[in-house]
Design a protein around this ligand. Structure first.
Ligand code: DON
Length: 312
C-alpha cells in the first residue's frame, strides 16, 4: 500500500486545518439546494473535511461529526451493489459516458431511447436502484444499502432521514418524469413510484464527513476492500467517478483536482486518491452544476498540497 507521499499525520493535520481556516473566510460559498425544501433549511456556513489514509489514519477538520444528507453520493454505493449482483450486464441498461448535461436533465433520455448516459445522473441512478429492487421490497433493498454503507464505514450509526425523503418525494416530479419515460421505453422493471420512493430514501441517508471518508476506504483499495468490491471493479467505479461523478462539472473537477470524486446536492463530496486516501468534504453551498462550491475548492487545495493525483 502506497505511503501518503512522505506526509506525516501532523503534516496532513496542518494542511487540513489550514484549508478549514481558508474556507471559513471564503467570500463565495455558493447556494444551498432549494428544490428539496428540507435541504434549503441547512446553513451555508458549515464546513468539514476528513481524510482516511491507506495506513489507517483518519484526520478531520471542522464539523466532521455532524451528519448531513449524502444525496447523490449514495449512487456510488448502489452502483457497487448492482455491479456485485449483475456485473457488466448492468450496462445493457445504462451507459458509461459523461452526459455533458445537468444531473436531472430530461432531454437526452428521449433522444437516446431511455438508456441513461451513466449511472450517476439521476436517470442512470434510477435504473441502478430499479435493478437492485427487482424481486425485493423497498424495505429490504434499503436495508441492504444501509448494511453496505455501514460495513464500508465500520460504523452502525448511519440512518435514513425520513423527513428529507418525504420532502424530496413531495417535489419529485422530475425524477418521476424520468422514471415514467424509462418505463415507457421498457427500461424500468418496477412501478416508477416504487423505484423513485426507494431512490429518494437512499439519497436521504445521513452520514458525518468522517463516516463518509471511512466508507470510501474500499474505493482506494484499502486492506479488506475486496470483501466489498473486487479490485478490478473498484478501478471501474473510480473511472466512472472521474468521468461522470460531477455531471457537467466532471471535466472541471478532473482538471482542477485530478481525483475521482462523487458529489451530492447536500454539499458533500467523496474523492479517492487510489492507494493513498479516501477524502470527504462537506459545505452545503453549491455551484451552478450542483456540486459543492467550497468542497471542490477545498479538495483542489488538498490535492495541490499533498501532490495526490491519478495523473502522476
Ligand atoms: O434526485 C435528486 O435530485 C437528488 N436526490 C440527488 C441529486 C444530487 O445529489 C445531485 N448531485 N449533486
Amino acid at each position: 500500500m502506497a505511503a501518503p507521499l512522505g506526509l506525516t499525520p501532523a503534516d496532513l493535520q496542518h494542511i487540513l486545518d489550514r484549508i478549514g481556516a481558508e474556507m471559513a473566510s471564503a467570500p463565495d460559498r455558493g447556494r444551498v439546494a432549494d428544490y428539496i425544501p428540507e435541504l434549503a433549511r441547512i446553513s451555508d456556513q458549515h464546513f468539514a473535511m476528513a481524510i482516511c489514509t491507506a495506513d489507517g489514519q483518519c484526520l478531520t477538520t471542522g464539523a466532521a461529526d455532524q451528519p448531513f444528507s449524502i444525496q447523490s453520493i449514495s449512487k456510488v454505493f448502489t452502483l457497487a451493489l448492482a455491479l456485485g449482483r449483475f456485473g457488466d450486464q448492468l450496462f445493457a441498461r445504462v451507459g458509461r459516458e459523461p452526459s455533458g448535461l445537468a444531473f436531472n436533465s430530461v432531454v437526452q433520455l428521449e433522444s437516446e431511447q431511455g438508456i441513461p448516459r451513466n449511472p450517476f445522473i439521476n436517470a442512470g441512478a434510477l435504473v441502478v436502484t430499479d435493478a437492485i429492487l427487482q424481486g425485493h421490497q423497498p424495505r429490504e433493498v434499503l436495508g441492504e444499502i444501509l448494511r453496505f454503507v455501514r460495513e464500508a464505514a465500520g460504523e452502525d450509526d448511519i440512518h435514513i432521514n425520513k423527513s428529507v425523503a418525504a420532502s424530496e418525494a413531495a417535489h419529485g416530479h422530475r425524477n418521476l418524469a424520468l422514471a415514467h419515460f424509462m418505463a415507457a421505453q421498457g427500461n424500468l422493471k418496477n412501478p416508477p413510484e416504487l423505484t423513485c420512493g426507494t431512490y429518494f430514501h437512499q439519497c436521504a441517508i445521513e452520514m458525518t464527513t468522517r463516516q463518509l471518508a471511512l466508507a470510501g476506504r474500499f474505493l482506494m483499495g484499502a486492506p479488506g476492500a475486496a470483501r466489498l468490491v473486487s479490485p478490478a471493479r473498484l478501478r471501474r467505479i473510480n473511472a466512472l467517478m472521474l468521468t461522470c461523478g460531477h455531471y457537467d462539472g466532471s471535466g472541471e473537477f478532473a482538471y482542477r483536482v485530478g481525483l475521482p470524486g462523487k458529489s451530492g446536492v447536500g454539499g458533500g463530496i467523496l474523492a479517492i486518491a487510489p492507494g493513498r486516501a479516501s477524502i470527504a468534504v462537506w459545505s452545503p453551498g453549491l455551484n451552478a452544476q450542483g456540486n459543492s462550491q467550497l468542497g471542490t475548492l477545498a479538495i483542489e487545495r488538498l490535492a495541490r498540497a499533498t501532490g495526490w493525483s491519478v495523473f502522476g
